[in-house]
Design a protein. Structure first.
Length: 367
């Protein structure tokens, strides 16, 4: 049996939430999986959990302190009547309460590391992370960039593996594009509306390019604390007819939006000073599986998610953003080629069947 301890899980929307669900789903093909997750929205969670047939989900609500305590109590109950092959956590934070118990029971522990949660605030914080991760059996990182960050915290970890997030296989839909803009390419950002994701940069770029391309269309999918600022920017730049805010989207809506998208654009900013970095960028490879090239920044782990001049374009500043969008708008043949390369990479290198084999191999080593 595998137990997954996670604060991040659907129905909450986000890259890590999707990642933890996919890990649970694909591991459940071979293993009995139980997920212990935070409760986000009682009604939505109940409906989601009822429709899930692949593994068991236990939800915990209330203040963080009480959630952790209830989760730990359930963990001990499951461990008392089952042989546990491994416990997998979404981050070191999910291990603070149960780490001592798991070590006493000699249960193997795998902790995932994404990036943000290992940005060091002070020495006390560093030692807290170091102490927990050095007690794990293995750490899985989402990029080599994140691996380099982690080595600054500890060089005494038992095992470190870089496993990129995976994507589910899709049919080749390049010929099924929905044209809602009379043949003119549509741009998309699929991300939380937070400063790091670069929405303000894109809106500035759309404003600049609108002088050349009056019909340019840009879709923003997601919600977050920057919503009001984004709405103000749209109004200030007079982009009401060019920008669509669609809010949070579910999986079927995501497929529809990808089907009418030609360019994924998310030039993430360096916000490490504000404890916010892009460890990889799952949205880029989600777009890739639909044959969509991406424009991304040379920041964090994004150059590992988007390969420059192969699956998209990597930029360094606003001028390069304008030029990159312009290049992909005007050179359809080049844009399609990058999209085809992106899909081939997603299907052949980053599909979940292949990525989960790496998890299973690691787990088998603990048997």
């Amino acid at each position: 049996m595998i137990i997954i301890l996670t604060q991040c899980f659907p129905t909450k929307v986000g890259g890590i939430e999707t990642l933890m669900y996919d890990i649970a789903s694909y591991l459940s093909i071979k293993h009995d999986v139980k997920v212990l997750a935070d409760q986000q929205d009682t009604h939505k969670d109940l409906k989601f959990d009822k429709n899930n047939k692949n593994f068991s989900i236990f939800r915990f609500k209330g203040l963080k302190f009480f959630r952790k305590r209830k989760k730990f109590k359930q963990l001990k109950k499951i461990c008392s009547v089952n042989k546990i092959d491994v416990v997998i956590t979404d981050s070191w934070k999910s291990l603070e309460k149960p780490i001592k118990f798991l070590k006493e029971k000699k249960i193997p522990i795998i902790s995932l590391v994404h990036g943000n949660e290992i940005i060091i605030k002070n020495n006390k914080h560093k030692n807290r992370i170091k102490k927990i991760l050095e007690l794990t059996s293995a750490v899985i990182l989402n990029s080599n960039y994140t691996k380099n960050l982690l080595t600054k915290i500890s060089k005494s970890l038992k095992r470190i593996e870089v496993i990129y997030p995976g994507v589910k296989p899709t049919n080749n839909i390049l010929e099924q594009k929905i044209d809602l803009n009379n043949g003119f390419p549509t741009l998309l950002t699929l991300a939380r509306l937070e400063k790091r994701k670069g929405h303000a940069l894109i809106l500035k770029s759309i404003f600049n390019l609108k002088k050349i391309y009056p019909d340019i269309q840009y879709i923003i999918a997601g919600e977050g604390d920057q919503l009001d600022n984004i709405k103000n920017e749209i109004k200030n730049f007079n982009l009401d007819n060019n920008v669509k805010l669609v809010g949070t989207i579910n999986e079927s809506q995501k497929k529809f939006i990808f089907s009418k998208t030609d360019i994924m654009v998310m030039p993430t900013l360096d916000q490490s000073h504000a404890n916010s970095i892009e460890g990889f960028g799952i949205a880029y490879i989600e777009a890739a599986q639909y044959g969509i090239p991406s424009i991304a920044s040379n920041i964090g782990g994004t150059p590992e998610a988007v390969l420059h001049n192969k699956t998209g374009l990597i930029i360094n500043n606003l001028n390069e953003l304008d030029e990159s969008i312009k290049k992909l708008i005007e050179n359809k043949k080049y844009r399609i080629k990058l999209g085809q390369n992106a899909k081939i990479r997603a299907d052949n290198e980053l599909n979940w069947e292949k990525q989960i084999e790496k998890y299973n191999k690691l787990i088998d080593n603990f048997q």
